[in-house]
Structure formats: structure tokens, C-alpha cells
Design a protein around this ligand. Structure first.
Ligand code: FES
Ligand code: FES
Length: 160
């Protein structure tokens, strides 16, 4: 066992992990962040994506011990207690959420695009969003939501 400290959604956790524990299971089963989904378990589907120090990672591929000292963001930390993050609202407004299974990962990837790079190209957006497997095929709606949230942030009056 190894003692690690990690900050998840702004809160510090000191926990014991085994050498082979993955960040995915620690987040879901130890810390209770159920938005982090188990899909393929081998790095293909992107459903387990969280932001680690601001970058999207497949949490099924990260050993928990390697997350020592890191800052993790899951979708539980995206909005406030009483209000949704503008991206979450935009996902709702454009009808991006179908079954909802991939939405936490899609939101986090969208958020990293929004924060990391002002005005990413359509190609960059498309490539990043394709890292999350959406079986419902909501990719065009994800792109639309990003545009809507970006416009709202800038205060543009143009509507979809
Ligand atoms: S569960 Fe991690 S990439 Fe599929
Ligand atoms: S909304 Fe159903 S898998 Fe993406």
C-alpha cells in the first residue's frame, strides 16, 4: 500500500492505494465520483476521462499511485451546487445528452478545449471530441454546445 494525496474538485484527499489500483476505481469506488464511467477498461472508449492537472486522461490507464500530488477534475466539480456550468447548460439547450453515459467525459473534454485554447479550430474540436465514444452519435451536438457556450461567454447576441 502507498499513501497518496490528491485534490479532486478542489478538495484534498489522503488515501491508501495498492500498487495496481487504477485512478478510475479509486475515483468511483473509494471516493464516490460515479460520473467517471467504466467502459472498455483498456484506453479505447474515453468514457473514463477526467482532467488531471488540466489535461484529459483516460483514468483506466492511470495508476492511482501516479496521481499523487495531482489535481483532478470530474464533472461533479464543473458546475456550482446551485447552478450548472455554462457548458452543461449548453449541452442541455442543444439536446446533446441522449442516454447520457458519455456526457461526463464529453463535458470534460469540451471544458479542456474551452479553457486551454481560445477558439480551437473545428478540426481540433472534432478530434478531441472523438476521443470519447458516444454510441448515441451526439458529436455534432457537442460541437454545437461548445459554440453556444463560447458565444454566451463572450456575450454575443447571435442565437443558434
Ligand atoms: S474505460 Fe477507460 S478508455 Fe474505456
Ligand atoms: S449520449 Fe449516449 S453514449 Fe453519448
Amino acid at each position: 500500500m502507498k499513501s497518496i494525496s490528491l485534490r479532486v474538485n478542489g478538495r484534498l484527499y489522503n488515501i491508501e492505494v495498492r500498487d495496481n489500483d487504477r485512478l478510475l476505481e479509486v475515483l468511483r469506488d473509494v471516493l464516490g465520483f460515479k460520473s467517471v464511467k467504466m467502459g472498455c477498461g483498456v484506453g479505447d472508449c474515453g468514457l473514463c476521462i477526467v482532467l488531471m492537472d488540466g489535461r484529459p486522461v483516460n483514468s483506466c490507464l492511470v495508476l492511482a499511485a501516479r496521481s499523487d500530488g495531482s489535481e483532478i477534475l470530474t464533472v461533479e466539480g464543473l458546475g456550482g451546487e446551485k447552478e450548472l456550468h455554462p457548458l452543461q447548460q449548453a449541452f442541455i439547450d442543444v439536446g446533446a445528452s441522449q442516454c447520457g453515459y458519455c456526457i461526463p467525459a464529453a463535458l470534460l473534454v469540451s471544458y479542456s478545449l474551452q479553457v486551454g485554447k481560445r477558439n480551437p479550430s473545428s478540426e481540433e474540436v472534432r478530434r478531441a471530441l472523438r476521443s470519447v465514444l458516444c454510441r448515441c452519435g451526439s458529436y455534432l451536438r457537442f460541437e454545437e454546445a461548445l459554440k453556444v457556450a463560447g458565444r454566451d461567454e463572450r456575450g454575443d447576441s447571435e442565437k443558434v
